[in-house]
Write a protein that binds this ligand. Sequence first.
Ligand SMILES: NC(=O)c1ccc[n+]([C@@H]2O[C@H](COP(=O)([O-])OP(=O)(O)OC[C@H]3O[C@@H](n4cnc5c(N)ncnc54)[C@H](OP(=O)(O)O)[C@@H]3O)[C@@H](O)[C@H]2O)c1
Length: 303
Amino acid sequence: MHLTLNNDIQMPMIGFGTYLISDADVQSPVLEALRTGYRHIDTAEGYANEPGVGLAIQAGVKELGLERKDIFVTTKLWPGNEAWGQPVKTYEATIESLNQSLSNLNMDYVDLYLIHAPSAKDQRLEQWKALVELRRMGKARAIGVSNYSVEHIEEIKSAGLSLPDANQIELHPWSQKPELVSYLNDHNISIIAYSSLVPLSTWRIAPGHDSAKTEDMKQAGVQADSPFKIMAQKYDVSEAQVLLRWGLQKGYAILPKSTNAARIQQNFDLLSFEIDDDDMTAIAAMDRGDGVAWSVGDPTKIF
Ligand SMILES: NC(=O)c1ccc[n+]([C@@H]2O[C@H](COP(=O)([O-])OP(=O)(O)OC[C@H]3O[C@@H](n4cnc5c(N)ncnc54)[C@H](OP(=O)(O)O)[C@@H]3O)[C@@H](O)[C@H]2O)c1
């Protein structure tokens, strides 16, 4: 299953996420993901694990008899944020950031380069112009944004610049962002869903894996009669598979992250069942509003 980005670039809909996996630990899960069949890997300058991700991809390509072009690799510009005491990146610094990411990954190009968040305010358009140039130079086959709201994308549109190929945002039954999703669909901007597994009781429970998940949500995840547990029984799959399959049926690419081999395999096994219309309708009524993956609040709202 693929989404077709502008320029006819094919993006596999099931990707592998690497947030909160350290550079020292990331090679084994990425290699496991490649062995399982994932052909889309998501990293970021801000995850500080690009070198390990690059090494795992090179090892996977060799072991599995693949070529670099068989794997869709995404990385992201950390744009900076003055409110957090960080300088925002200029046009030149953005060009330099991708050069650094490519050097970290030991690659000549990435398949998708995203601006991680719309936090750079005065430099947002300059950063976007730099991404357009990086695509022209062939260092990024496709370019996009992450955590951008309608207003942030309208800023690009009003400047007469080419629109992003994709927007990566938090999407799951508890944060469905219907207006943003409909705007992105209307503008042919592919949607990549992150943190699909927020409703699980096992989501980010390791020490230091912070979020804004509420106590109420944590309680909902452990209820024996939770709707996702009931659906999992009905389709004879896990709750994780229900949540991931929901993303695919909405037309989103997904990025499940795990460091556990059995879960990595389970999260890729999504094509043997289909959530029926009644259950899709029931899930549509479960929206609770803003995302919780960022502990500072939903980044489509705070910048
Ligand atoms: N652009 C952005 O701002 C942004 C923000 C957040 C995430 N992302 C991207 O999206 C990816 C996914 O999001 P995420 O990392 O927040 O969370 P996620 O993939 O929705 O969930 C990961 C959590 O669920 C657990 N888990 C995974 N598979 C499971 C299964 N089958 N059964 C039970 N528990 C399971 C994992 O634990 P174990 O590892 O122990 O299995 C981990 O705690 C990230 O890794 C990153 O690449 C992007």
